[in-house]
Design a protein around this ligand. Structure first.
Ligand SMILES: Cc1cc2nc3c(=O)[nH]c(=O)nc-3n(C[C@H](O)[C@H](O)[C@H](O)COP(=O)(O)OP(=O)(O)OC[C@H]3O[C@@H](n4cnc5c(N)ncnc54)[C@H](O)[C@@H]3O)c2cc1C
Length: 422
């Protein structure tokens, strides 16, 4: 008798949840946790439902291809914008829906669970719009924010420089004022470079942080709205990265780039305040990505185990699966609680840092566990868990590294304990 050869089953086929919207919805609906849902009001639940539907139909099905081909998440992001999800935190007068931070966090989790790279493009639109809304003139908001909401333009937030990462206040891009007839600045000329800028290769509008006085440290930092076609602005091609392949990351070079004084966000020297205010929103974004990555990886682990073993989940992975579910729920509860406090205007620095660190660490840890419980299948692109692991890493790095978050939390703890422990 000749030896029989058998193929390992399902090593090449994508999971149904990555191709079939109804399979995606059925699994993710089944993973909802009523104790977390109880924290959402009717509108927040409706936003989540809408986001999940759009993700199931237009975002998740192309996620593996975007990752493999390093294809910018244009179509998936446009589907979200078309559905009216592009301006959740933007006032209605600028095309948004003026929703709560909780609703935004829920939508971010949904988008990330389907395609983390799409969520990175999505959140960067908000991160570019927010400083304009927070500190810009009405004219600037009317000119730039609606396009960031409806997806007709892309935005970037430019803080990081080759010599200024975690210590963003040491940035060296300079803004030199040119006086007008009235003696005040008529325009500024920006010179310097920004690096690791999300959507930087194609942004139509860039929020650029520069200094009007290098010797003044934080007090010199000033923010500007720069048009993507401004003279003297050039860009690198996108970096090749571990994950988030559907989102681009690039360098920006400013060589005497003229920017009208009317494009300055707030007074000279107020840029650091804008950075500090912006990170509250951006850390909600990153934390929601952590929860979404964890849930997406968990869903892929469950579906992959089902393919490998049938409906009976193997008992030897039951404890790991229970741990994963518990971690996701804990992180989501923290995310929603902090987002609610942000809406009330009272979330302190300690809570923001704890949330960002905990939720993004959860994304990484659960994605790692998902790859592990799948055994050799965890290594397969077709089963998707490895993509969540690669995508999760950077959420621990950007929007303030998790080491820096721990530093902020440690400072907050020390402050609370001053004079308490004897
Ligand atoms: C994919 C991607 C997208 C990004 N998008 C943007 C963007 O759109 N806009 C933008 O402006 N920036 C962006 N960034 C940059 C990101 O915000 C920075 O990478 C981040 O702030 C960390 O800075 P750094 O890389 O220079 O690390 P460094 O500051 O050089 O830190 C190196 C290491 O030292 C640790 N460390 C630093 N300081 C301390 C400290 N005081 N105590 C303990 N440990 C410390 C850090 O945690 C880290 O592990 C992006 C980065 C990536 C990877």
């Amino acid at each position: 008798m000749s030896p029989t050869t058998t193929a390992d089953s399902g090593v090449h086929e994508p999971l149904a949840l990555d191709t079939d919207p109804s399979a995606y919805l059925a699994l993710h609906d089944a993973l909802d946790e009523p104790v977390a849902d109880a924290l959402l009001d009717a509108r927040e639940l409706a936003v989540r439902t809408l986001a999940r539907q759009v993700v199931a139909e237009h975002v998740a099905p192309g996620a593996a291809d975007r990752d493999r081909d390093h294809a910018f998440a244009h179509d998936s992001y446009q589907a979200l914008a078309r559905a009216g999800l592009g301006g959740l935190l933007v006032p209605e007068e600028y095309g948004g829906t003026d929703d709560s931070t909780v609703a935004y966090a829920g939508a971010m989790e949904e988008i990330t669970a389907g395609c983390a790279a799409t969520s990175l493009v999505y959140m960067t639109q908000m991160h570019a719009a927010y400083p304009i809304l927070h500190a810009g003139s009405r004219e600037l908001a009317e000119r730039y924010v609606p396009g960031l909401v409806d997806g007709s333009s892309y935005g970037s937030l430019g803080v990081t420089e080759p010599g200024a990462g975690s210590d963003a206040s040491s940035l060296r891009t300079v803004a030199v004022a040119e006086q007008g007839a009235d003696g005040g600045p008529e325009r500024y000329r920006l010179s310097g470079s920004k690096t690791f800028i999300t959507t930087g290769d194609r942004a139509d509008v860039i929020i650029c942080f520069a200094t009007v006085d290098v010797s003044a440290g934080r007090r010199g930092i000033t923010a500007f709205v720069v048009d993507g076609d401004a003279p003297g602005l050039t860009r690198s091609s996108p970096f090749s990265k571990m994950g988030m392949h559907g989102s681009t990351t690039a360098e920006l070079f400013f060589d005497g780039t003229p920017v009208p004084a009317s494009h300055r966000l707030g007074p000279e020297g107020q840029g650091w305040k804008i950075v500090v205010s912006s990170v509250t929103k951006s850390r909600i974004s990153a934390a929601a990505q952590g929860v979404g990555l964890a849930r997406g990886a968990y869903a892929h682990a469950l579906a992959g185990l089902h393919r490998a073993h049938g409906p009976e989940l193997p008992p030897d992975v039951a404890f790991a699966l229970a741990d994963m579910r518990g971690r996701i729920l804990s992180a989501r509860l923290m995310l929603l609680a902090v987002a609610r406090e942000v809406d009330r205007g009272s979330a302190g620095g300690g809570a923001i840092g704890l949330m960002k660190q905990t939720c993004t660490d959860t994304g990484w840890q659960v994605a790692l566990a998902a790859v592990k419980v799948l055994g050799r299948f965890g290594d397969l692109a077709a089963l998707g868990a490895e993509r969540y692991l690669r995508d999760a890493k950077v959420t621990q790095i950007y929007d303030g590294t998790n080491e820096v978050q721990r530093l902020l939390v440690a400072r907050d703890t020390a402050g609370r304990l001053t004079g308490v422990l004897r």
